[in-house]
Design a protein around this ligand. Structure first.
Ligand code: CA
Length: 226
């Protein structure tokens, strides 16, 4: 498990390293977006911790660019985030965010949650699911549409796995929040909604008229076996 930290403030870098190093032996620290690009090309990290206020590029742009080349979970390490920022961050592909200052225990917990999503699936379940030109192989973490691989982020996988494990049954937003995010606070509705939207755009033939991941209004979401 390799963690790439992109943060220009030396105190914050030292802090993150101090908080994580007893538990994680591979932590790479870089100060600029340019250095982050080089580091990612060198080796794809298991997790990126990304400060948004960087000297050589806008954080949100960096996040979008990063999402185009990597599925690694991204934990945004931010100075501040109001509601609109949060939506923009999640839509741009962030998996989670922490607001500075954050305690060491809290930071470790968030990192653990993200890294856990990289673990192989324990779901033996339904084998390969097929719907029209789409196939979903949960155990192998592979989605194919037509002849093309569809790439899902670890958060999207964790969410899809949870829905498929309960196929035919509505899973509430609170249950998804607890099982996929393992958090006790934060805007659960927002996180779940944005990631469901991501999944629908990747999986559904018509995302606005979903057939696989349907909304149970006021309750949650249900995966309908094709
Ligand atoms: Ca900064």
């Amino acid at each position: 498990m390799d963690i790439l930290v992109v943060e220009d403030d030396s105190h914050e870098r030292a802090r993150i390293q101090r908080a994580l190093s007893p538990w994680h032996d591979s932590i790479r620290l870089v100060e600029t977006v340019a250095a982050a690009r080089t580091a990612m090309a060198d080796r794809e990290p298991s997790l990126v911790i990304l400060d948004l206020g960087l000297p050589d590029a806008d954080g949100l742009e960096v996040l979008k660019q990063l999402r185009r080349v990597s599925d690694a979970p991204v934990l945004v390490y931010s100075g501040r985030a109001d509601e609109q920022d949060t939506v923009a961050l999640l839509e741009a592909g962030a998996d989670d965010y922490v607001i500075k200052p954050v305690g060491d225990d809290e930071l470790r917990a968030r990192v653990r949650t993200q890294l856990r999503r990289n673990e192989p699936s324990r779901l033996s379940g339904p084998g390969v699911l097929r719907a029209a030109d789409l196939s979903i192989d949960v155990a192998r973490r592979r989605v194919v549409r037509g002849n093309e691989d569809v790439r899902l982020t670890p958060t999207e996988w964790a969410l899809l796995r949870e829905l498929i494990a309960n196929a035919g049954v509505t899973v509430t937003v609170a249950q998804l929040w607890e099982r996929v995010w393992s958090r006790e606070y934060g805007d659960s509705g927002l996180h779940v909604r944005v990631q469901i939207t991501h999944l629908r755009h990747k999986l559904e033939a018509a995302p606005a008229d979903p057939r696989l991941i349907v909304t149970d209004p006021g309750v949650g979401y249900r995966f309908e076996l094709p």
